[in-house]
Write a protein that binds this ligand. Structure first.
Ligand code: 5GP
Length: 117
């Protein structure tokens, strides 16, 4: 597992707009937002991709999702709606190899999943 830009953000070596942190994760605004709200939830435990998360560590992923939902509620867009996404490897466009959950919200979101789009 190599050091990533997200580890540097966790260690406060590079700046980020941090919106949430607890013992398990950190959440900060994406530097290149794809929606009016675009927050990344990153666990403090190291996993390069979703493929590397064993079944007995499923709680790590669950906590990210629950924290994203809690953030949506706190910010008041839980009823309007939001999307959570985790990219895995090349075809999904994963660029940072420390797992992270994208939270996208703030406007009607387009469809997704079309090859090449
Ligand atoms: P991935 O493509 O791996 O699923 O998502 C990585 C995300 O990290 C991208 O949406 C990208 O914009 C974001 N990102 C990359 N470098 C930085 C950075 O230095 N700071 C922040 N806040 N986000 C970053």
């Amino acid at each position: 597992m190599s050091d990533t830009i997200f580890h540097k953000i966790m260690r406060r070596e590079i700046p980020a707009d941090i919106v949430y942190e607890d013992d398990d994760m950190i959440a900060f605004r994406d530097i290149a937002p794809q929606a009016p709200v675009h927050v990344l939830f990153v666990p403090k435990r190291d996993f390069s991709t979703l493929n590397d998360v064993p079944a007995d560590s499923a709680v790590v992923i669950g906590k990210l999702a629950v924290a994203a939902a809690a953030y949506a509620k706190r910010e008041g867009f839980d009823e309007a709606g939001y999307r959570i996404v985790m990219n895995c490897n090349g075809d999904a466009g994963q660029t940072v190899f420390q797992i992270h959950l994208h939270l996208l919200a703030g406007a009607p979101l387009g469809h997704f999943g079309t090859p090449g789009r």
